[in-house]
Structures are given as C-alpha cells and as structure tokens.
Design a protein around this ligand. Structure first.
Ligand code: ATP
Length: 191
C-alpha cells in the first residue's frame, strides 16, 4: 500500500523546522511521497493576511529543489478563501483510493483537532502524525482521532519568529535554507 504524507501550513516562510519535519516523516513513516500544501488562508489565523501565494510558493520551490520525494500542491491556493483540511483530505482520498494517508501537524494543533471542520470524516480519511516541539511531552490523541508521534528532529523555529527577525534586521541564516534567505532579502519580504 502506498504511503503518502500531507503537510499543510501557511509556509510564510518555509523554514528548517518544516524541512526537518519532512525528513523525519519520510524516514519514520516510510513515505513514498510528501505533499506540501500551502493554505490560501489558515482557519487558525483569521485575522492575519498571509504573504501573497506566489511569494510563498517561490520560497517553497527553492527550499524543496532536488527533493524528488516532495511535491508542492497548490489546490488550497487555487480554491481560495479559508483552507479547510477536510476538503484537501477528500481530494487525496479520491485521487489515491488505495493509499494510506498521513497528515502532519505540529504538537500545538493536537488538542484542537476535534474542533476541525468535519472532524469525524477527517479522522476516517487520514492518520494524524504529530511532530514534537522541543521539550513537549507526548499526549494522547483526542477522540475520534488516531495517530502517532514522530521522534525527530524537534527544532524550536517558527515562521513568525523568522518574520520578526527580518523586521528587526536580525540574520536568519541557518534558520531557513540559504536560497530562501537570499530570496527573502532580494524580494524585500517581511520588512
Ligand atoms: P507561524 O509561526 O506563523 O504560526 P509556523 O512556523 O507554525 O508559523 P506553519 O506554516 O503555520 O508554520 O506550520 C505548518 C505546520 O508545521 C503546522 O502544523 C505547524 O504546527 C508545524 N510546524 C511549524 N514549525 C514547526 C517546528 N519547528 N516543529 C514542528 N512542527 C512545526
């Protein structure tokens, strides 16, 4: 059975925390493919305007260049509006009826899962996989969800931290790939 990972987020910008999540997921879940699925508008960030999709996509492409097992899926950007995971999960279940689908989330999202739209359906369609943040203990999955925790590699980097550092004129070297840092500088993002 083909094993496919789904990784949704704002990716504003993609950073090394995301890339280590991808690496750990590939190894620990033995994934054939991992799809990065940037949201048009995250339901968790209703008041914040994300950076325009073409810029976020450009950074994703730079970060994932050469990773032949990673794909960028623009379906949520194309749909527009608030991006709900259930719509994306149904799309994958339709396209890959034989595959086992894993949906990656940061540990910060786990307690809220039952409040996600169409939670019962979602829990049937995908297995959730939690990526630990540093120092975070494993907690059980809230019903009706099932899933597992990954082991490595916890890294305390976030997109909001990167945006704040750029705004403050601080370096972001080693927090994002070099090509991403260069594109952020050249396109004057997050100033
Ligand atoms: P922001 O700081 O703007 O909230 P973020 O860094 O959490 O952004 P998102 O694009 O919103 O980035 O994250 C996509 C997914 O990756 C979410 O499930 C999030 O919890 C998870 N994630 C982000 N950074 C990390 C990290 N360092 N370790 C583990 N999971 C992470």
């Amino acid at each position: 059975m083909q094993r496919i990972g789904l990784f949704g987020g704002s990716f504003d910008p993609i950073h090394l925390g995301h890339l280590l999540v991808a690496q750990a997921a590939r190894e620990e879940l033995d994934l054939a493919w991992l799809f990065f699925i940037p949201a048009a508008q995250s339901p968790f960030k209703p008041d914040s305007q994300p950076t325009p999709a073409p810029e976020r996509l450009r950074l994703l492409r730079l970060a994932l260049a050469g990773k032949t097992w990673c794909e960028i899926d623009e379906q949520e950007i194309r749909r527009g509006g608030v991006s709900y995971t259930i719509d994306t999960a149904r799309n994958y279940a339709g396209r890959f009826p034989e595959a086992q689908l894993f949906y990656l989330i940061g540990a910060d999202h786990l307690p809220q899962l039952p409040k996600w739209r169409a939670a019962e359906d979602l829990a049937r369609l995908v297995e959730f996989v939690v990526i630990p943040r540093p120092g975070q203990a494993e907690t059980p999955f809230p019903a009706p969800f099932r899933g597992r925790w990954l082991t490595g590699f916890p890294l305390g980097v976030s997109s909001s931290q990167i945006r704040a550092r750029v705004k403050a004129g601080l370096p972001i070297d080693h927090l994002v790939p070099e090509t991403v840092a260069e594109a952020i500088r050249n396109n004057r993002l997050y100033l």
